[in-house]
Design a protein around this ligand. Structure first.
Ligand code: 2AM
Length: 168
């Protein structure tokens, strides 16, 4: 199984990001646009791992309080274009806790520095135009263990478990 840990986006955030994708398309940008329901924010990429149970056990140890997120600007890693996020201090703290929990359970993951982004387009053509993402926000109250499979028409992401914030 190909696993990763992610925050799934609220409908409001999805709509704002789909509208940004549409604005880019209208400006002539072409590429592999992430489907609305697949938009997510990766906290840690595990990759091939045989079982979900030990990963969920490790993630259950992560404690965090709910926090707000909103999209902020576009950026790119080469031809991968993404939306950035405002509210990154609690987000970075959450990613740190998730990664620490995985490390303590000896579950391997990609150690590349956490760089909060939501991928909008892969293999994008042309230059990134200046567009505005419509205002949106969400309250992060949980994060998910996700499985990624290659489908006939793009990636299929399946939630294997949900870890909720503690309200204390
Ligand atoms: P990306 O959106 O920036 O490509 C599932 O593959 C998710 O894990 C994607 O959101 C992907 O990020 C992220 N990810 C992080 N590190 C990865 C890696 N080394 N290989 C593949 N996906 C990775």
């Amino acid at each position: 199984m190909r696993l990763f840990v992610a925050v799934r986006l609220s409908a409001e955030m999805q709509e704002a990001l789909i509208s940004a994708q549409n604005a880019l398309y209208d400006r002539g940008v072409r590429g592999n646009f992430t489907a609305g329901e697949n938009l997510h924010l990766t906290l840690a990429f595990i990759g091939e791992y045989p079982e979900a149970e030990p990963v969920l056990d490790a993630l259950e140890r992560v404690s965090f309080s709910p926090f707000e997120l909103s999209p902020e600007g576009l950026g790119c890693f080469g031809d991968l274009w993404w939306a950035g996020l405002k509210g990154s201090a609690p987000l970075e703290a959450l990613a740190r806790r998730v990664r620490r929990a995985l490390a303590e359970a000896e579950i391997p993951f990609d150690r590349k520095r956490f760089s909060p982004h939501v991928t909008l387009i892969r293999r994008a053509s042309g230059k990134l135009p200046g567009i505005r993402i419509p205002p949106a926000s969400m309250r992060v109250e949980a994060f998910s263990l996700m499985r990624s499979d290659r489908g006939k028409r793009g990636m299929i992401y399946t939630e294997l478990g949900l870890i909720e914030a503690r309200r204390d």
